[in-house]
Design a protein around this ligand. Structure first.
Ligand code: ADP
Length: 483
């Protein structure tokens, strides 16, 4: 791989300010999901290194919290600038280990960096309150203080942005972070740590541990020093981490699975809805927790929308993310491929009608054709489970009440989308959807300025926006008497 700055690709982990190089005898191999080739190795660290990282974080955090907000902001701003200056290299590392098309990977680097930039700004606006006192000689002061040492566990689908969305606000608020990135995509995390070090983040404040998720996770969750756990991943693992965090009563930020409905009403601009569906469904090859999982189309426009979507999907190009013009990369691994195949077979076996794709791609490996299935019903697996792949299932609905009931009939509640023009309907539907996020006439909602998060089994807390930094603080009430 050609990098302008080859030092950004490092086969090492950062523990308490010290780099530990991968030892061939005890390391984890990382592969390129497009080719299956091993691209490098990272250390297989365990409980002992996790404890050292937590201890170093504890010490570093005390000093970091004493700095002025502006001092923290300046370092974060520098980190943001270094990330943007290395956007091409970081994008290449990301495509190599994750598979998404290079343009999309570079887009993720800019998106990820925007959280560092935003929280560098928010660092200086973490205001408290002075509340009118309840007695003449008393004053009520409310201050927001850093929660302390934070543990973060992140997934492979956004190897850069899922880290910056957590690390940005944590450092801005005055916290330290011990991060365990996904074992499929550690190199993007390591590159971020290299740049954080260059930006002047103090030694020990940020550790990146590679190794067994189970072992490192158990140590992070059981530590009384770690006051907050922030996790993005599956609901199953999120619930396990919730359980493990109970004895030490940690604050939790959980960004878990989704089962997003995407609703097309008959007054919608159909071309815009097709455009939105392509983004909401096929971005990252369908492997995002806000991907449209169930597409509901109203009777009157069903066939037209289905035809338009199928022909738009035919124009997508699947391939190696480094190849020119590719819009869809491989799936991350064999399990992802098997789940997708199961969903397609289940839907087709119960009367689903294939309008596009429906098979493994001729490229082999983990490649699968972009797929559209019509006549999908609530009995099929795709209605209940997150597919996490390039499959657009089309459900039919009669009226507003019917589709709201179907859309809300899930244990998840992360993102939802709908296309409509009638203003009263827009408000009614936006209010009725039981989701943390609603995209109206758009398929792309994530941004540093807005609160990202879900309800029900989709999680706890919000990332991004001014609310995102509050998650890394504790409120302290000071009652000032005798004044
Ligand atoms: P995904 O389906 O996106 O891979 P997972 O929830 O399996 O979602 O993984 C998300 C992150 O959680 C990854 O970094 C993974 O290594 C980590 N993880 C998986 N199992 C555990 C566990 N038992 N304890 C701690 N972390 C875990």
């Amino acid at each position: 791989m050609q990098l302008k700055d080859p030092t950004l690709f490092r086969q090492a982990a950062l523990v308490g300010g010290d780099w530990i190089e991968a030892d061939p005898a005890n390391s984890i191999a990382v592969d390129n999901p497009a080719t299956g080739e091993i691209i490098g190795r990272v250390p297989n660290l365990g409980a002992e290194e996790t404890r050292s990282a937590i201890e170093a974080a504890r010490t570093a955090q005390v000093e970091w919290a004493c700095r002025t907000a502006k001092e923290r902001s300046v370092i974060l701003r520098r980190w943001y600038e270094l990330v943007m200056a290395s956007q091409d290299d970081l994008g290449r590392i990301l495509t190599l280990e994750q598979g998404k098309p290079l343009a999309e990977a570079k887009g993720e680097i800019a998106y990820g960096a925007s959280f560092i930039e935003w929280f560098a700004e928010e660092a200086r606006r973490l205001y408290g309150d002075i509340v009118p006192g309840h007695q003449k000689d008393k004053r009520i002061l409310i201050m927001k203080q850093p929660i302390g040492v934070v543990a973060a566990i992140t997934p492979w689908n956004f190897p850069n942005a899922m880290i910056t969305r957590k690390a940005g606000p944590a450092f801005a608020a005055g916290c330290a972070m011990v991060l365990k990135p996904a074992s499929q995509t550690p190199f993007s995390a390591i590159a971020l740590a290299i740049l954080a070090e260059r930006a002047g983040l103090p030694k020990g404040l940020f550790s990146v541990l590679t190794g067994s998720a189970r072992v490192i996770g158990a140590e992070l969750t059981s530590s009384p020093v770690v006051r907050k756990l922030t996790f993005t991943g599956s609901t199953e693992v999120g619930a396990e981490l919730y359980r493990q965090s109970a004895p030490t009563i940690k604050k939790l930020g959980l960004e878990l699975g989704g089962n997003a409905p995407f609703i097309v009403f008959d007054d919608a601009d159909l071309d815009a809805a097709v455009e939105g569906a392509l983004i909401a469904k096929f971005r990252n090859n369908g492997q995002t927790c806000v991907c449209a999982n169930r597409i509901y189309v109203q009777d009157r426009v069903y066939n037209t929308f289905a035809e338009k979507l199928a022909s738009a999907v035919d124009r997508l190009k699947t391939g190696n993310g480094f190849d020119e013009g590719v819009t869809l990369g491989p799936l991350i691994d064999g399990n992802a491929l098997a789940k997708l195949e199961e969903h397609v077979a289940d839907a087709c076996g119960q009367g689903g009608r294939l309008l596009a794709g429906g098979r493994r791609h001729q490229l082999g490996g983990h490649f699968y054709e972009a797929t559209v299935i019509a006549d999908v019903t609530p009995m099929m697996m795709v209605a209940r489970e997150e597919t996490f792949g390039p499959l657009a299932p089309l459900f039919r609905f009669k009226d507003e009440a019917d589709v709201i009931a179907q859309a809300n009939d899930t244990e998840f509640g992360l993102a939802s989308y709908f296309y409509a023009k009638d203003l009263a309907r827009v408000f009614r539907v936006a209010e009725a959807l039981e989701y943390g996020m609603v995209g109206v006439n758009t398929g792309l909602i994530s941004t540093a300025e807005a609160p990202f998060g879900g309800v029900k089994l989709s999680g706890l807390g919000r990332e991004g926006s001014r609310y995102g930094i509050e998650e890394f603080t504790e409120i302290k009430y000071v009652c000032l008497g005798g004044v």
